[in-house]
Design a protein around this ligand. Structure first.
Ligand code: NI
Length: 159
């Protein structure tokens, strides 16, 4: 395991779309364990592969920092298949240091993904985990939460 360098806003890799993972190679396994090590070191809740400079559709989440129970979750090729409700809460991002903003997100999502053995699974998530999944899946599309903040501010002005 090794720590990976977190890419910071302004780095164009954060703006690129990530590619699907076809097979969990030893390299992908190493990426996942490095992403967890990096996440824990930085005390984050979630991390997407492009944040460590790898354009693959891999997300790791552990809300243990917020909820006191470590629960590492790996999502390969995650897709949101349902979303509803609304929640507004403070978000930060390891790629946007020393900043946090209120963001509006769906309160509930259903996500389909593959686990570390490429077995498909789905998760029905509310609250923090739902927020986190939306934030991390945005990273795979090159979208940062600060873009959502801008969009939402513009919407409110237009109303
Ligand atoms: Ni982020």
């Amino acid at each position: 395991m090794a720590l990976r360098e977190i890419r910071i806003v302004g780095d164009e890799i954060l703006r690129k779309k990530s590619r699907e993972v076809k097979e969990v190679t030893p390299r992908i396994k190493e990426l996942i364990s490095d992403m967890f090590e990096t996440l824990y070191k930085e005390e984050g809740v979630g991390l997407a592969a492009p944040q460590v400079g790898v354009l693959r559709r891999v997300v790791v989440i552990d809300a243990g920092v917020e909820e006191d129970v470590k629960k590492p979750m790996v999502f390969i090729n995650p897709v949101i298949i349902e979303m509803d409700g609304e929640q507004t809460g403070e978000e930060g991002c390891l790629s946007v240091p020393d900043k946090s903003c209120k963001v509006r997100r769906a309160e509930h999502v259903v996500v389909e993904a593959f686990d570390e053995d490429m077995n498909p699974f789905s998760i029905d998530a509310h609250g923090l985990i739902a927020r986190c999944l939306q934030h991390e899946i945005d990273h795979l599309e090159g979208i940062l939460y600060i873009d959502r903040v801008k969009e939402q501010e513009a919407e409110e002005k237009g109303e």
